[in-house]
Write a protein that binds this ligand. Structure first.
Ligand SMILES: Nc1ncnc2c1ncn2[C@@H]1O[C@H](COP(=O)(O)OP(=O)(O)OP(=O)(O)O)[C@@H](O)[C@H]1O
Length: 352
């Protein structure tokens, strides 16, 4: 059976201002005593010597109680590895994990996992058994009551399909069964790796509604995705990974405040925006470096978009345009979309 975290089959089931990642080091647990998850400089390096690969690089996560925390990053950015570290399925190379204010180690893990539900990578479930039979396995393993199992199946709306073989389930139903397994023990913390993977828009909406309603009941939900759209409307807090590093942690509103609007130049001579014309203009204080022309200037029907210039650099650009006798019909700020901000943060990697 594919893994969920837990005892064998089921484990422990269960910051723009784009703000740079906030609290650092092991003091996060002390600074955020109510946080359900904190990590201090959490690092995982796979392999050794020349083959060493840093999958997770000094992460300082802070996940407050009762939020849906959207954990975003392109493929290979380290989301699954981080979640496995949080569940004690991998040992950190360095750094610390605190769950419910308790350091995660070999001795504390059992107790902490008893309060945690998870689904990592694949939705679990034996295809040759029915949904109910799969749930019974979980029930026995975790010593759950019939009521707990029935409630979990109900929550994911599988009660009417409980007697069907799992191999006849759609992808969405399999994902929901995995979530039911993670939910059955009524965890305080739910860690789900890409639970919307392979779902159609209706399936994504169902998972979204379920997770938001669980958070409203006080469950802390950490959910990963490489797709911004899937996370955006369910997460009240976002953590963004890029190449193993946490490049942002905070609310959506904070993320948008980090946005530096592009400049849109309307001119009949877009070709006048040469690298020389833009050389040395500094970026605004935000998430982006100064543009490296001509790659980052984009000629659109509306005009030439120039990303990330500070007010001073914009004024200097106007001086240069006038000195070069380039007609300027219009120069205005164009707000970035959330998608643009993410693309900047992750260096445009992957399909966020
Ligand atoms: N057991 C392992 N041994 C060696 N390298 C690994 C191992 N597990 C993961 N990696 C590497 O660590 C990096 C992060 O992988 P990880 O699966 O955590 O990323 P991810 O963000 O979850 O990506 P995806 O969405 O594609 O699953 C990748 O470069 C991956 O190849």
């Amino acid at each position: 059976m594919p893994t969920t975290a837990g005892a064998g089959m089921l484990q422990g089931m269960n910051t723009v201002t784009l703000t740079r990642p906030g609290p650092t080091g092991g003091d996060a647990a002390a600074r955020f005593p109510d946080a359900v998850v904190t990590t201090g400089a959490l690092t995982k390096i796979f392999g050794r010597g020349a083959a060493a690969r840093t999958a997770v690089d000094h992460l300082d996560l802070v996940i407050p109680r009762g939020v849906v925390y959207g954990f975003l990053g392109p493929n290979g950015s380290g989301k699954s590895t981080t979640m496995k570290l949080l569940l004690g399925l991998l040992t950190p190379t360095s750094g610390s994990v605190n769950l419910f204010g308790v350091p995660l180690d070999r001795r504390s893990r059992g107790g902490l996992m008893a309060r945690t539900g998870s689904m990592i990578e694949q939705p679990p479930g034996y295809g040759h058994l029915t949904g109910a039979e799969n749930m019974r396995l979980v029930q026995r393993m975790l010593g759950l009551s019939d009521a707990q199992v029935n409630r979990a199946l109900d929550l994911v709306r599988l009660t009417g399909h409980r007697d069907r073989l799992v191999k006849t389930y759609s992808m969405g139903m399999k994902q929901r069964l995995g979530i039911a397994m993670a939910l059955a023990r009524q965890p305080e913390l739910l860690i789900l790796d890409e639970p919307t993977n392979g779902l159609d828009p209706a399936g994504i909406e169902e998972v979204r509604n379920l997770l938001v309603s669980l958070a409203a009941e006080g469950v802390t939900v950490m959910v990963s995705s490489h797709l911004l759209d899937e996370i955006d409307r369910m997460a009240s807090m976002l953590g963004v990974l890029s190449a193993g590093r946490l490049v942002f942690q905070g609310t959506r509103a904070e993320l948008m405040r980090r946005s530096v609007p592009d400049l849109l130049l309307v001119t009949p001579r877009p070709q006048a925006l040469t690298p020389t014309m833009l050389a040395g203009l500094d970026g605004a204080a935000g998430n982006r470096p100064a543009p490296e022309p001509p790659a980052t200037t984009v000629v659109t029907d509306a005009g030439v978009r120039i990303p990330g210039l500070s007010p001073g650099a914009a004024a200097e650009l106007v001086r240069r345009l006038v000195a070069a006798d380039v007609p300027v019909y219009e120069l205005r700020r164009e707000p970035q979309s959330l998608e643009d901000v993410f693309m900047d943060l992750t260096g445009g990697a992957g399909a966020l």
